[in-house]
Write a protein that binds this ligand. Structure first.
Ligand code: C2E
Ligand code: CA
Ligand code: CA
Ligand code: CA
Length: 280
């Protein structure tokens, strides 16, 4: 019993991470380059539905990793580690370039949409990031207004002058800026006022609670009203059924994303979906 207890204590002290987990977290990072090169790290797209027009006007790029021996590794299990080791730039640029090439392909096929890429706020302080993003747009021949950057607000990143400057440069270049996971962090109205964004994404935890809880419904409704007052469009994520869609629509939400519309899917499936929508 004491052995088990000490093992339990070690596990707890390590933050619930076993030695095997730690080994994997180390090797994982060295495997990343290979995964980007051989295609086991790929990009899925989840459609965003515009409620006013009833059309898919955008899609979010979400990274996927099919590990040769571990199978599907969810991004929440490797993005934080990559971020902690300062390697998130490489992954972000990989996803960005892929998404921009795919956006160019959709435009050429006559079904242009806006693609959204997740950008960790920690990257915004890096010198040269804005230029790198603008260069990637130019290389792919994609207009800046076809790109949205979804920035997660994080307690670790203060909205210091250089971060605001970087966001303003990106926005002034015509790129859409979206505040991701709104409501989960320290986001306040004063934070939003300083954040040069055009879009706010309500986190799925609120969206999924809104039918069962009137306080969550009030929260969602007042967030939408406030965002509109500030001139932002609102996207709700995690919409899994028609009832939630209807409730969001009644609250004046602009766009929705979630399993009810479509799961994250390979690019070819997205392209096919947009083609059928185009002829509908
Ligand atoms: P996120 O940006 O908040 O993305 C939304 C997450 O909700 C995605 O999880 C998506 O698959 C999931 N989702 C979408 N619709 C539904 C729904 O109807 N129900 C439920 N239960 N879930 C839904 P995913 O793909 O596992 O990604 C998790 C997080 O990993 C993302 O959260 C994002 O923060 C991060 N991430 C993913 N790809 C990238 C990337 O390329 N770069 C960076 N920096 N972060 C990424
Ligand atoms: Ca996102
Ligand atoms: Ca979220
Ligand atoms: Ca997130």
């Amino acid at each position: 019993a004491s052995e088990a207890a000490s093992r339990g204590a070690r596990w707890a002290a390590a933050g619930g991470v076993t030695d095997a987990d730690k080994d994997w977290q180390l090797s994982m990072l060295s495997e990343l380059d290979q995964a980007m090169a051989d295609g086991s790290l790929w990009v899925a797209y989840q459609p965003k539905l515009d409620l006013a027009s009833g059309r898919i006007t955008g899609a979010e790029a979400l990274v996927r990793w099919r590990h040769p021996t571990r199978g599907f590794v969810p991004p929440d299990n490797f993005i934080p580690q990559i971020e902690a080791r300062g390697q998130i730039l490489e992954l972000t640029l990989h996803v960005l370039r892929r998404a921009l090439d795919d956006a160019a392909g959709l435009a050429a096929a006559g079904t242009p949409i806006n693609v959204a890429v997740n950008l960790s706020a920690t990257l915004l302080g890096r010198a040269g990031l804005t230029d790198t993003i603008l260069q990637a747009l130019a290389d792919a021949r994609v207009a800046p207004d076809r790109l949205t950057l979804e920035v997660t607000e994080s307690a670790a990143v203060e909205l210091k002058g250089d971060i605001i400057d970087a966001l303003e440069q990106l926005r002034d270049a015509g790129i859409r800026i979206s505040v991701d996971d709104y409501g989960t962090g320290q986001s306040t109205m004063s934070y939003l006022k300083r954040f040069p964004a055009q879009e706010l994404k309500i986190d799925k935890s609120f969206v999924q609670a809104m039918l069962a809880s009137s306080s969550d419904q009030i929260l969602v409704r007042s967030t939408i009203d406030m965002a509109h007052e500030l001139g932002l469009k609102v996207v709700a994520e995690g919409v899994e059924d028609a009832a939630t869609l209807a409730a969001l629509s009644a609250c004046g939400c602009d766009s929705i994303q979630g399993y009810h519309i479509g799961r994250p899917m390979p690019f070819d499936d997205l392209a096919a979906l947009l083609r059928t929508e185009d002829t509908a």
